[in-house]
Design a protein around this ligand. Structure first.
Ligand code: UDP
Ligand code: LCN
Length: 795
């Protein structure tokens, strides 16, 4: 491709250089993909551009992600295919070009930011590439996110090629399992593969003659004499099935069988899920600063995982209660929440609890107040130490798996997993880097408010330490043809004057796995499911939407017969709720057609302690005033409980309304699947997860938050068409229901997650997935870089 690009630029010199001159004349140091594209189109229209508007050139410009410019130079970062990058520089005067390494590209960007003063200063270059050279990697971008399948296929053929070695490793692995002091699977009697084969044959001969529903009590004694311990199955039928699976693997290893067999091995009884920031609670917390989807995700995840763990443990014939701890921050000044309690049982589970551990200062004092997620970095090391101790005390042993959440939780998970020698799984929820424009390049400008230098350093450390990473979508890892994935954005970037990353993460690494979350099916179900509907709540819902003196509300809806356009989100700038209000304000026809209902943040500015929310609240009042939205828009700051919210989505669907999610960027977007699960036609941002969740025009619609006018026109067109065309609204509604049913459910999630953990556990045991060298490098990066940065955050 690079050779081809090289020739391409040579061949098209006469056409591309005038365009590049045009880019230079814009007088900007950086142009983003959209700028490059928009200017290219303008250039084609205005100049004698007929020659240049040919397909190959437009395709090349389309896949150029960024230009860095200082006359006579243009440096281009080109991404010809998903996750593949190449860099070129062009001298527009000399009309010459050459391909350059990523380092040179990043160095040029630094120069544009820092001027020439640091030109001879050697930057710290972070390069994780050499550590992973020997490690098996995916080759095709379409396989990204299917790490386990790949590992299983690749490693099983590799390891079983040397049959005796593979078999022996499997044997050893089966002998390491025990629980509560009891040996599982195989005992010491089986000390060779020949012995194992013999034991499997004899066990099968014996079991074949037993009642297929009999349990261990009836057959265990005999099996133990053959070297076989509990864990193969609850009933004789299941035991035989598992024994046969292993026997087949020994006969002729096949990745599908191996996955099925491994997914049965009882290995995971105790989980620690780490989520320090925000208000982690079960009531009165959603909508508070830093408190949104991650909390919903984890609570639903815990319920689904407990169910799946119990099911698997029981099917394998063990009577053990799994335990799950969600480890978060204890906040003494917790307002109306329970975040000041050390332990809390999680509703809908038998043995899952929230364990809260306070942040402490260097002198050991407990920090009493909430701290923004952007400022918690200096507290995390101590938190990890304290949390480790308390987890141990609560579980009575180390956990079998540690799951980190978001940048802070993943960093703490890294410290805990390394200390306790436990498998580490990361879930990012949202990587901030792609949310804010130039967050890396202009990091210094944002430092006081966001401390991105700490966050991106923590991200690099945690994502490289994780044994496996769960993402909600493909785009989270690798984006799509035109936009860069969230993880991909960490592969190379620079924070001028701090450090330059030439190889920060390899998204072809099999550690990445897509496991999408769902929406709680007991709460978010279709509006048409009349038997389950909570119609008793409708009276209150009507008061919430239309009641004039309802507390915590602003604005009223004059005409209750109009359908409702609904939105709900934290009142962060990125959520762009004020953007939606402004677009609505400008679109007279839409205002006439539908009412706007917004649930976000606080109505009373005094109630917020978050600077960004405060700005948004002010802006919201200005918009309502300036566009005269009284009578057409209702703004609620209440925190609805889940069942009320579920019924509200459905109530709006009854009235043939729609849902809008206008975020500038949304990592995944739980509200999107909540509304879709209710059968509410959904319009959601084309930046981030919703682009993948919704199939445009079939199960909802994409809207571009940078083109609000188009977005509101699209929404208006939908309502007009629904009015005119019988069955249109229902078609989109059914499309969204079908989409979530097939892709976004917690049952699918839990099954996959529990299988993945076992398979990674196995491969970690039999191969050198430990990656010791990487760990050592990251420890140094942590000590020499992260700690220093965290120290600069005011406490
Ligand atoms: N939510 C809520 N009340 C609010 C704001 C949000 O109950 O005032 C819930 C919403 O229903 C969803 C979650 O919080 O379950 C937000 O998740 P999402 O993934 O959409 O966004 P996040 O807040 O995580 O960025
Ligand atoms: C954080 C976000 O920003 C959302 O996009 C996700 O849906 C949520 O976490 C749950 O993963």
């Amino acid at each position: 491709m690079n050779l081809m690009l090289n020739d391409f630029f040579l061949e098209h010199r006469e056409q591309v250089y005038p365009l590049f001159r045009h880019y230079i004349n814009l007088g900007k140091a950086f142009l983003l993909q959209s700028d490059l594209w928009d200017e290219f189109k303008l250039f084609c229209e205005n100049e004698d551009g007929s020659d240049i508007c040919n397909r190959p050139i437009s395709e090349t410009i389309h896949c150029s992600q960024e230009a860095a410019i200082e006359a006579p130079w243009i440096y281009l970062a080109i991404r010809p295919r998903v996750a593949r990058w190449t860099y070129y520089r062009f001298n527009v005067e000399a009309m010459q070009h050459e391909e350059i390494p990523v380092t040179a590209y990043l160095a040029f960007k630094e120069q544009l930011i820092e001027g020439h003063k640091n030109i001879n200063k050697r930057m710290l270059e972070v390069d994780l590439g050499p550590f992973n050279r020997e490690f098996p990697k995916l080759h095709e971008s379409r396989s990204i996110g299917n790490g386990v399948q790949f590992l299983n296929r690749r490693l099983s053929s590799e390891i079983f090629q040397n049959i005796s070695k593979g078999d022996k490793q499997l044997l050893n692995f089966l002998r390491v399992h025990h629980v509560e002091g009891k040996q599982l699977m195989l005992n010491d009697q089986v000390d060779s593969v020949t012995e194992l084969r013999r034991a499997l044959r004899q066990a099968d001969d014996y079991l074949r003659r037993q009642d297929h529903a009999a349990e261990w009590d009836a057959v265990g004694h005999m099996l133990q004499t053959l070297g076989i311990e509990p864990g193969w199955g609850r009933t004789v039928e299941r035991m035989r099935d598992t024994l046969l699976l292993l026997s087949d693997i020994l006969e002729a290893p096949e990745p599908g069988h191996l996955e099925k067999f491994l997914s049965r091995i009882p290995m995971i009884y105790k989980l620690a899920i780490i989520s320090p920031h925000g208000f982690f609670g079960q009531a009165n917390v959603l909508g508070l600063p830093d408190t949104g989807g991650q909390v919903v995700y984890i609570l639903d995840q815990v319920r689904a995982l407990e169910k799946e763990m119990k099911h698997r443990i029981s099917e394998q014939g063990l009577d053990i209660q799994p335990q799950i701890l969600v480890v978060t921050r204890l906040i003494p000044e917790a307002g109306h929440t329970t975040c000041n309690q050390r332990l809390e049982n999680i509703a809908g589970t038998e043995n899952a609890r929230i364990l809260r551990v306070p942040f402490r200062t260097e002198s050991g004092e407990v920090v009493p107040h909430w701290i923004s997620r952007f400022k918690i970095w200096p507290y995390l090391e101590q938190f990890a130490v304290d949390a480790g101790r308390e987890i141990f005390a609560e579980l009575g042993s180390r956990p079998d798996l540690i799951i980190g959440n978001y940048s802070d939780g993943n960093l703490v998970a890294t410290m805990l997993a390394q200390h306790l020698k436990v498998t580490q799984c990361n879930i990012a929820h949202a990587l901030e880097k792609t949310k804010y424009l130039y967050s890396d390049l202009y990091w210094k400008d944002n430092e006081e408010k966001y401390h991105f230098s700490c966050q991106f350093t923590a991200d690099l450390i945690a994502m490289n330490s994780a044994d496996f990473i769960i993402t909600s979508t493909y785009q989270e890892i690798a984006g799509n043809d035109h936009s860069v994935g969230q993880y991909e954005s960490y592969s190379s970037f620079t924070m001028p004057d701090l450090y330059r990353v030439v190889n920060g993460i390899d998204i072809f690494d099999p550690k990445f796995n897509i496991v999408s979350p769902g929406a709680d099916a007991d709460v978010y179900f279709p509006y048409s499911d009349s038997e389950r509907r909570l119609t008793g709540l409708h009276n209150e819902i009507e008061k919430i939407i239309y009641g004039k003196d309802w507390p915590d509300s602003y604005g009223f809806l004059e005409n209750p017969d109009k359908p409702i356009l609904f939105t709900i989100a934290r009142l962060d700038r990125i959520k762009n709720i004020t953007g939606l209000v402004e677009w609505y304000g400008r679109n007279e026809k839409l205002r006439e057609k539908v009412n706007l209902l917004v649930i976000a943040g606080h109505i009373d500015i005094e109630k917020t302690s978050d600077v960004e929310e405060e700005e948004q609240i002010k802006h919201m009042y200005e918009l309502i005033e300036n566009y005269g939205l009284q009578g057409q828009m209702r703004w609620l700051g209440i925190q609805l409980d889940k069942s009320m919210l579920g019924e509200l989505y459905r109530y709006i669907a009854d009235k043939r309304g729609a849902f809008a999610q206008p975020a500038l960027f949304e990592a995944f977007g739980l509200t999107v699947i909540e509304s879709m699960s209710s059968g509410l036609p959904t319009f959601a941002t084309c930046f981030g997860g919703p682009l993948e969740i919704i199939e445009n025009g079939k199960s909802g619609f994409h809207i571009d938050p940078n083109h609000g006018e188009q977005a509101t026109d699209l929404i208006l067109e939908f309502f007009n068409r629904s009015e005119k065309e019988p069955g249109y609204w229902e078609r989109i509604s059914n499309g969204s229901l079908e989409r979530v049913r097939s892709r976004y459910t917690w049952t699918l999630y839990a099954e996959r997650m529990m299988t993945l953990s076992r398979i990674y556990g196995f491969w970690k045991y039999v191969t050198d997935l430990e990656r010791d060298e990487t760990r050592r490098y990251l420890e140094m990066f942590y000590s020499l870089q992260y700690r220093q940065l965290a120290d600069t955050v005011p406490k």
